[in-house]
Design a protein around this ligand. Structure first.
Ligand SMILES: [Zn+2]
Length: 258
């Protein structure tokens, strides 16, 4: 007899070349996802629905009305309440077999043990302070990192290998001052498109389905619905890659003192 979890994914099992092995790999995966807003919420939902059985969700803050043009896991009754707990509860209703740990907090060095347990780290935060810290924690744990971001009518996703290959600081040495976390313009459908692109990337990495191990970035332009995809190379001048040892020491000291 086919159980309900297997029946749920029966349509993706029909994809050309998608085998039981791909599905099994997904179901044995554990993902650390920072951000469950407009982009990250979509990532979390599609990962759970595709069969990822374990997710650690990290996002600080409570739901406000302006979040509701894009954050598809949230409900009006949740205004003023923690977003990450709402996201986990909503996904739990859709995919009861997905085990989730929800943490209402910013990315911090204290989360290093959870990152160490994950197969993949996904960055769907909106500020470079948390993004850079996540990059450093992923580097220390030698975990691959999927970066996702949007601004206005544009979005980008990238597959990175901090610690061994291209890291986030190789690509954005100074962060991006345009991406002010408070009040940048957002069309919800663009968040959804970028979240879907990041989810596709994550599902192909986790399952191994047509996966090529290569750092790449894809830029999505909402005005003409085009995408551009290009390989990334390590930045020889990257502040972080040049001093991974130093950064590790800095994080260790932070942990010890905190
Ligand atoms: Zn780097």
């Amino acid at each position: 007899m086919i159980d309900s979890a297997s029946l749920r994914v029966s349509r993706q099992m029909g994809l050309p070349g998608w085998t039981a092995r791909h599905q099994k790999r997904l179901e044995q995966s554990r993902v650390f996802l920072a951000g469950v807003g407009g982009v990250g919420g979509v990532v979390a939902q599609y990962l759970a629905m595709a069969g990822v059985r374990e997710m650690i969700l990290v996002h600080e803050g409570s739901l406000e009305l302006p979040d509701l043009n894009r954050q598809t896991l949230m409900e009006i009754s949740g205004l003023g309440k923690s977003r990450v707990f709402q996201a986990a509860a909503r996904i739990g209703l859709q995919v009861p077999e997905c085990r989730m740990t929800a943490i209402d907090a910013r990315v911090s060095p204290e989360l290093a043990p959870l990152i160490g347990m994950a197969d993949l780290v996904i960055d769907a935060r909106t500020n470079f302070e948390e993004r850079f810290l996540l990059n450093r924690l992923a580097a220390r744990a030698l975990k691959p990192l999927i970066f996702s971001a949007m601004h206005g009518m544009e979005g980008i996703v990238a597959y990175l290998r901090p610690g061994t290959g291209v890291c986030l600081e190789c690509v954005f040495p100074e962060g991006d001052p345009q991406w002010d976390p408070l009040g940048f313009s957002v069309l919800g459908a663009i968040s959804g498109a970028v979240g879907s692109l990041a989810a596709i990337l994550a599902l192909r990495f986790l399952s191994g389905y047509d996966w090529k191990e290569e750092e790449r970035m894809t830029a999505f332009e909402g005005m003409d619905l085009s995408t551009r995809s290009f390989p990334l190379t390590r930045n020889k001048g990257c502040r972080f890659c040049r001093g991974v040892g130093g950064i590790k020491k800095e994080l260790d000291e932070k942990e010890e003192s905190g």
